[in-house]
Ligand binder design. Sequence first.
Ligand SMILES: C[S@@+](CC[C@H](N)C(=O)[O-])C[C@H]1O[C@@H](n2cnc3c(N)ncnc32)[C@H](O)[C@@H]1O
Length: 221
Amino acid sequence: MRLPGLGGWHEDPLWSYVYPWLVEHEHLGGPAWRAGTGSELSLLHEAAAELGTLSAGSRVLDVPTGSGVALRGLRPGQGVDLVAADISATMLERAMTTARRLGVADQVTPTVADVADLPFADGTFDLVVSFTGLHCFPDPHRAIEEMVRVLTPGGAITGSSLFTDTGPRYAPLRWAGARAGILGPMCTSAEARRWLLDAGCDHVDLTLDGGLGYFRARKEQ
Ligand SMILES: C[S@@+](CC[C@H](N)C(=O)[O-])C[C@H]1O[C@@H](n2cnc3c(N)ncnc32)[C@H](O)[C@@H]1O
């Protein structure tokens, strides 16, 4: 059964407007985020803030960039070279609107790309960020393989996702998202950890918080 009126990502769904608004308006978004995901919105903000610590010349892939939530971590004039990749050209337009609002558009290159077949050579990026993306992809295992492939040896991948082993309280959220066409098959946190190791990472941190998990892994040298 498909829930009506929401639409998948290719239909520019209502959720793609609600989600970035919640993330940017912490006073209202924080409680809503906590009620919906059981997680603290500040964790997403802290994870995105890592972008602001990168040195000039760092090469970053943000996939899926969506409306550019991760870009809030970049600083104007920082000199980072960030590729914002998404399968939806509409979402990329929104990401660039966000980049211009934040004064970081000169550091961002929008690219239409399927995470399952990234158009980049092995070892292209120092950092891959993937916030609230893994649970949207049709094949999260393949996505992890591709995101690690394009990382330089010693580079890091960081992100967040809904995981299916986070308890029955979050089952309705996952069910509704899947029926609306905005969530994919998803995976357990143990599967994500194993796939990151199998793809060539030698260290994986993965912390569950409510229905979400935050991961950070380093590709072996
Ligand atoms: C919940 S949004 C998250 C985006 C962003 N990281 C954020 O936090 O705002 C999910 C995004 O995944 C994108 N997407 C879905 N399947 C994809 C795929 N196979 N490859 C690349 N992007 C994909 C959608 O177009 C959408 O913009």
